[in-house]
Design a protein around this ligand. Structure first.
Ligand SMILES: Cc1ncc(COP(=O)(O)O)c(C=O)c1O
Length: 425
C-alpha cells in the first residue's frame, strides 16, 4: 500500500527555529504549504493513469483549494482548471489558464456565463434544464457555429448490498440529468445540431471506493451507447478520490492512485465503444492531491483544568483546520519550546480561540508536557479549509510556502481594512 508522507526534508524544516522565525515577523497562527508535495501528487496521479492509457487529463478542482500559488502550480503541471462558478472561472483566467483549458461545471451558471464560456472555447458541462434553454438561445444566435457541450449525468452510487454511498448518506443525489431527463434532452440537442463532446459523472461518495468509479464509468458508457454519441472527446469520471493523506492518517485498505488507475482503465479498455472512440479520460481531483500540502501552526496560550478535565487553549480555531467540524482528529505534532526533563503526559482537548464550546480542534489527545508558548501543528489541512474558513472572531491567517529551505509569504494575514472595505461605513 502506498503511503503519502510528509517528506523527511519537510519534517526537518518544520523545526522550532523556523516557526519562531515566522512568528517574530508575522505572529501566530499561520499555515505552511509544501509546493513540492503538490507537484509530486499531481504527477503521480496523472502518471498512474498514463501507465495504462495515453489520453488523460487532470482538471484540478478549484473549490478544494484555489490558493493562487497552488492553482498556478496545477497550471504549470499541465492540469486544466475545474471550476464551478463564475468566480472560479475568473480566478482560473487570472491565474493564466487558457480558456480552452477550463472545465466549467456547477449547478448554477447564468446565461451570460454560458455564452462567455462557449465563446471562449471552454469545456462546459451542463447540469440542469434551464442551462439547456441558454444553450439553445446561444445556438440560435450562432447558427453556423459548431456548438459543443458536455452533460453531467446523474448517477446512483450503491454498494454491493444496494445501500447508497452518496456523500452524507443521501439516498438520491441532485446533480446532473437523470436517465429519464436525458431521453428528452439529448434528442433536443441533436435536433438543434449541437454536438455532445463531454460526459461528466462526478458523484461524491462517502467511501471513495474504486467500485464507485466503475459504476460512474459504466453509466457514462451506457449513455454514450444508448444515444449513439460519436463525438465524445472527454470522458469525465470526476473527483472524490482518496489520496494525499498526511502522515499519521490510517491508509490501510484505502485505494492508491495506481489502484484507481488500473481498475478504471482496465474496465474502460474492455469496452468496444470506448476503444473505438478513444476519448480522453478526465479526472478532477481535489482532496486527493492537496490534502497533505498544508499544515497549520497554532500557539498554546493556556493549560486549563476544569473539574479534572484538561483543556489546551490555542490561538487558532476549528474553522482554520476543519471548518466542516467533522469528528476525526487530524494528525498533529506538539513542539515544546522548552521540553526540559518533564515527561508528564495528559489526555486533553485542544480548543480554539473563538467563544464556541464546540470549537474543539483535537479531542482527547495525549500530549507530553504542553505549556504556554508551545506550538501545535495540525497536518493534512489542504482541502476544504481556506476556501471555507470564515472571518469569524479572528483574522484569516497567513500562508507561508516552504520550498528548498526557503520561506515565502504567499498570503498575508487579513487586516481590518480587508474586512471593513466590503461595508459602507
Ligand atoms: C464536479 C466536481 N469535481 C471534482 C470535485 C473534487 O472532489 P474531491 O475534492 O473530493 O476530490 C468536486 C467536489 O465536490 C466536484 O463537485
Amino acid at each position: 500500500m502506498q503511503q503519502w508522507k510528509i517528506s523527511k526534508e519537510t519534517t526537518k524544516m518544520i523545526a522550532l527555529g523556523l516557526i519562531k522565525r515566522i512568528e517574530v515577523d508575522y505572529g501566530t497562527p499561520f499555515y505552511l504549504m509544501y509546493p513540492n508535495i503538490f507537484r509530486e501528487n499531481v504527477r503521480a496521479f496523472k502518471g498512474a493513469f498514463e501507465k495504462y492509457y495515453d489520453k488523460v487529463l487532470v482538471g484540478y478542482s478549484f473549490k478544494t483549494n484555489y490558493v493562487p500559488a497552488i492553482s498556478g502550480l496545477a497550471r504549470e503541471e499541465g492540469c486544466y482548471a475545474e471550476v464551478v462558478s463564475s468566480m472560479e472561472y475568473k480566478m482560473a483566467s487570472r491565474i493564466g489558464f487558457d480558456a480552452k483549458k477550463i472545465i466549467f461545471n456547477g449547478p448554477v451558471k447564468t446565461t451570460e456565463d454560458i455564452f462567455f464560456a462557449l465563446n471562449e472555447g471552454s469545456i462546459v458541462n451542463l447540469d440542469s434544464q434551464y442551462e439547456v434553454d441558454s444553450l439553445l438561445s446561444y445556438k440560435k444566435q450562432n447558427p453556423s457555429k459548431e456548438v459543443k457541450i458536455g452533460l453531467r449525468i446523474n448517477i446512483q452510487l450503491n454498494d454491493p448490498n444496494g445501500k447508497s454511498v452518496i456523500q452524507a448518506g443521501l439516498k438520491i443525489g441532485r446533480f446532473g440529468f437523470s436517465s429519464q431527463h436525458l431521453e428528452e434532452v439529448i434528442p433536443l440537442l441533436k435536433e438543434n445540431n449541437i454536438t455532445i463532446n463531454s460526459l461528466h459523472g462526478h458523484t461524491s461518495s462517502s467511501d471513495r471506493s474504486i467500485e464507485n468509479y466503475l459504476i460512474i464509468a459504466g453509466e457514462l458508457l451506457r449513455v454514450a451507447k444508448r444515444f449513439s454519441l460519436s463525438n465524445v472527446e472527454y470522458f469525465n469520471i470526476g473527483g472524490g478520490f482518496f489520496g494525499a493523506a498526511a502522515e499519521g492518517i490510517d491508509v490501510e485498505g484505502k485505494p492508491s492512485y495506481s489502484d484507481y488507475a488500473s481498475s478504471i482503465t482496465s474496465f474502460l479498455c474492455d469496452d468496444e465503444w470506448f476503444i473505438k472512440q478513444k476519448p480522453t479520460i478526465v479526472i478532477e481531483p481535489g482532496v486527493s492531491v492537496v490534502a497533505n500540502v498544508f499544515s497549520f501552526v497554532t500557539k498554546i496560550y493556556q493549560h486549563k483544568t476544569v473539574r479534572d478535565k484538561h483543556f489546551i487553549i490555542v490561538d487558532g480555531s476549528v474553522f482554520d483546520v476543519k471548518p466542516s467540524m467533522h469528528k476525526y482528529n487530524l494528525p498533529f505534532s506538539l513542539l515544546n519550546v522548552d521540553a526540559g526533563t518533564e515527561t508528564r503526559k495528559i489526555t486533553t482537548d485542544v480548543v480554539g480561540s473563538t467563544c464556541m464550546e464546540k470549537d474543539i480542534i483535537l479531542s482527547q489527545v495525549e500530549l507530553t508536557a504542553p505549556k504556554k508558548g508551545d506550538y501545535i501543528i495540525l497536518h493534512g489541512v489542504g482541502a476544504y479549509t481556506h476556501v471555507l474558513t470564515p472571518t469569524f472572531i479572528n483574522y484569516v491567517s497567513p500562508i507561508f510556502a516552504l520550498e528548498n529551505a526557503n520561506i515565502r509569504l504567499i498570503r498575508r494575514r487579513q487586516s481590518l481594512n480587508d474586512i471593513f472595505n466590503l461595508f459602507d461605513v
